[in-house]
Design a protein around this ligand. Structure first.
Ligand code: ADP
Ligand code: ZN
Ligand code: ZN
Length: 732
């Protein structure tokens, strides 16, 4: 007999609806019912097969609905997405106005998305330090891979699974340690839940104690902004709150920005907590992700540290969520389902009925506003922990000064002095490559990307060109394509050119460049920093340097070329710049050595700079919040952006025009601006335009989108464009 129950299935297709199917023929006698909601199912769709999720189960139909196709097979015995995680994802689909099936697909590691079974618990063998290894660890070169690996093993044995997630490519290193007799393989599998003895940390100061007490005292949902200056010991606060959570047998999830997830961070967590730390990041392969996801779903993983998408981890025994560096832009997913992991962490904490801690030295204006209006508990750490002192900031006015590779004579002298005194120097420049532009001095031609509205960046000491927007590469022309002249000159300064100059000017010390070009691997940065050791030397780099590593010998941070950020059209540009500046300045004077920050600028009296330097981040934030309030920008207004791109500019334009008519005809008071060209009107060969929706009321905005989105999906113009909706967009 055919089971005539109707299954309403969410499918990963860009259509805002569910799809009805009859249950699959099932020899085990399984009868479809509400218990199947959240189970995966394989269904026919057009001429394809798709994996979907049962979202609802309808009543059996009298006539068997002859129009309905039968699903092919059940993929789960019990729901994969259930309880709080399912509810939170339903919320996310409503909030982003995205198809439920696409939201579910985003939340799952790819093997599970593709219908593979949930991986079973698996015991892999484990490695530990031998006696010789435990005593000989300090003889391994600091920063080297063997040293890293040994540090990871210091607190106890690690399973091969954990090793793989914490240090990809560990096997070769382990083999060399094994040959030297420094490690041994354990014959029996490691019980992953076995506790090692946690190492004790520094004694907390009163502000840290108060923060830990507030977090640990909360029963049920509570949100906190842990607002602590750089080096104030926020991580210590997390560690104590997590330890309390482990004591109660509960799970903790810590989100970190991509560049903050370093082997050192993991080793610190593991050593201090005495339990295995499970890791989720983009460097893992699909099966590793799926295994970790499964371990979390079974409640076996007690501490999970991960980047953006780790916010979708199932946490049946949840006790605490932490979002470190909550202001960081990498938490916002920029394509597909455009979620913000910090905001979604708040939704999950509410659903799980547990506390969530947002930590940072430079709160996003949204979070700061929430803390000030009393929605979040505001925990402040005003002082650096231990003996570290805040750095002194000095502004260098470089107007009319001769610059060499963008550096003024004063700054070069400052660098020389810091090196002579035995310190290390960080030169911060947020521009990768050799130079931002290749210019013909004879006719004014400059190299532009053929597919984007953007100049090509010069790389390779002037020999190569690369587009930082679409990735296009080519060799630099030998002569000007327009006038045939030979006067092609790289204009402006990127990190490569700075490096070239510093190597020449300070040949007696090592100069190490750190940017996305030099640190492909997660542990690449540590390796590079290891080269520097404790001796005087120079680091040159982009914002990658602003976070994640203790640089105790750094005494001078030189900031060059921040002026571009002072005059951007994006209303978030000043916030971003202030955060970057404070974060990079915070690298100086981390330990006992006092630090200085020298800021080189052509705009020494710019109000943003003066407020920031004289009053600090909070003074800046106050004045910025006032301006946002006056101008009607977030957090005082709620925005959504509809983007469209197409090869012919008319297609994007007419889709947005039609969309605007629908939005304005819906009878909801929301301001609609556009169609306007996107900040980069052409990228990778596509013309890009956008509509900006803005409302003082979040509810009004969503009401409008609820009404309008199905109509937008149905527009005939939609077929000729790639379009998307971004609620709470970060880049306008
Ligand atoms: P943050 O996360 O705020 O940047 P960390 O927790 O990493 O700060 O602490 C910065 C440094 O200060 C670390 O080396 C840490 O061990 C040390 N530290 C933190 N709290 C204390 C404390 N109460 N006493 C002494 N040192 C501390
Ligand atoms: Zn020319
Ligand atoms: Zn390009």
């Amino acid at each position: 007999m055919i089971d005539s129950t109707v299954l309403r299935v969410a499918l990963p297709v860009p259509l805002p609806r569910l799809f009805d199917y009859l249950p699959p023929a099932d020899s085990t006698g399984r009868r479809a019912g509400v218990q199947d909601v959240g189970c995966r199912i394989r269904v026919p769709f057009g001429n394809r097969e798709l994996v979907g999720w049962v979202a609802e189960v309808g009543a059996p139909t009298a006539d068997g609905r002859p129009d309905l196709k039968q699903a092919l097979a059940w993929l789960d015995e019990a729901p994969l997405l259930a309880g709080e995680l399912r509810e939170s994802l339903l919320w996310l689909a409503r909030y982003t106005h995205a198809p439920l099936g696409e939201v579910f697909a985003t939340a799952l590691p790819s093997p599970l998305r593709q219908g593979e079974p949930l991986p079973q618990a698996q015991q892999s063998s484990a490695w530990q330090l031998s006696e010789a290894g435990a005593t000989g660890i300090d003889r391994l070169r600091p920063g080297s891979r063997p040293r890293h690996l040994a540090e990871l093993l210091r607190a106890g044995a690690l399973s091969e699974d954990s090793l793989q997630s914490q240090l990809p490519g560990w096997r070769a290193t382990m083999r060399s340690l094994e040959q030297r007799g420094l490690v041994t393989r354990q014959a029996r599998p490691l019980d992953e839940l076995a506790r090692a003895a946690p190492q004790s940390g520094p004694e907390l100061n009163p502000e840290q104690q108060a923060a830990v007490a507030a977090i640990s005292a909360s029963r049920g949902f509570a949100s906190f902004l842990l607002d602590g200056v750089t080096g104030s010991g926020k991580t210590e606060v997390y560690l104590h709150a997590i330890a309390a959570c482990l004591e109660r047998g509960e799970q903790a999830l810590v989100l970190v920005p991509e560049i903050g997830l370093t082997p050192q961070t993991l080793a610190r967590f593991r050593n201090r907590l005495g339990v295995p730390v499970h890791v989720l990041h983009s460097g893992l392969n699909d099966n590793e992700r799926a295994r970790t996801w499964a371990a979390c779903a079974r409640g076996e993983a007690s501490v999970v540290v991960g980047t953006r998408s780790a916010v979708f981890t199932p946490l049946p025994k949840a006790g605490l969520l932490v979002v470190d560096e909550e202001h960081d832009g990498s938490y916002k997913q920029q394509d597909g389902i455009r979620y913000h992991a910090r905001d979604f962490a708040l939704v999950r904490a509410k659903g799980l009925d547990i506390p969530v801690v947002l930590g940072t030295a430079t709160p996003s204006l949204e979070s700061l506003h929430n803390a000030r209006s009393g929605r979040y508990g505001h925990l402040r750490l005003r002082q650096r922990a231990g003996n570290a002192r805040p750095p002194r900031v000095r502004v260098l006015d470089v107007r009319k000064r001769p610059l060499e590779a963008g550096l003024s004579p004063e700054l070069r002298q400052g660098i020389a002095q810091a090196l002579e005194a035995g310190g290390q120097v960080l030169v911060f420049k947020n521009r990768r490559g050799y130079a931002p532009i290749l210019l013909c001095h004879d006719c004014g031609w400059s190299a532009h990307c053929h597919r984007c509205d953007s100049p090509m960046t010069v790389h390779g000491g002037g020999h190569r060109l690369q587009c930082h927007h679409c990735g296009a590469r080519q060799s630099a022309p030998l002569a000007c394509p327009d006038c045939g002249g030979l006067a092609l000159q790289p204009q402006g300064v990127g990190t490569e050119r700075l490096e070239e100059h510093l190597v020449e000017a300070f040949s007696q010390v090592p100069v190490i460049r750190i940017d996305r070009g030099t640190t492909q691997r997660r542990d690449g940065l540590a390796k590079q920093l290891g080269k520097l050791g404790e001796a005087p030397g120079i680091l040159v780099g982009t914002q990658i340097l602003a976070k994640g590593h203790d640089l105790p010998h750094l005494t001078l941070v030189a900031v060059v070329g921040i002026d571009e950020g002072l005059f951007s059209a994006d209303f978030r540009a000043s916030e971003r710049m202030a955060q970057q500046l404070i974060q990079v300045a915070g690298r100086a004077g981390r330990a006992d050595k006092p630090g200085e920050v020298w800021l080189q600028t052509h705009h020494p009296t710019h109000p943003l700079l003066t407020t920031l330097i004289q009053g600090g981040y909070h003074a800046f934030a106050d004045s910025e919040l006032e301006q946002r309030s006056a101008a009607g920008f977030p957090p005082f207004a709620h925005l959504a952006l509809i983007r469209a791109e197409s090869q012919h500019v008319e297609d994007a334009h007419s889709f947005l025009q039609a969309s605007k008519r629908i939005l304005q005809g819906a009878g909801v008071a929301v301001e609609v601006q556009g169609p306007l060209p996107a900040p980069m009107p052409r990228r990778a060969g596509y013309h890009r335009q956008q509509l900006l929706l803005s409302s003082g009321e979040r509810r009004g905005l969503h009401q409008l989108l609820d009404i309008a989105m199905p109509a937008l999906f149905a527009l005939p113009e939609a077929r000729r464009v790639r379009w998307s909706l971004d609620v709470d967009p970060m880049d306008l």
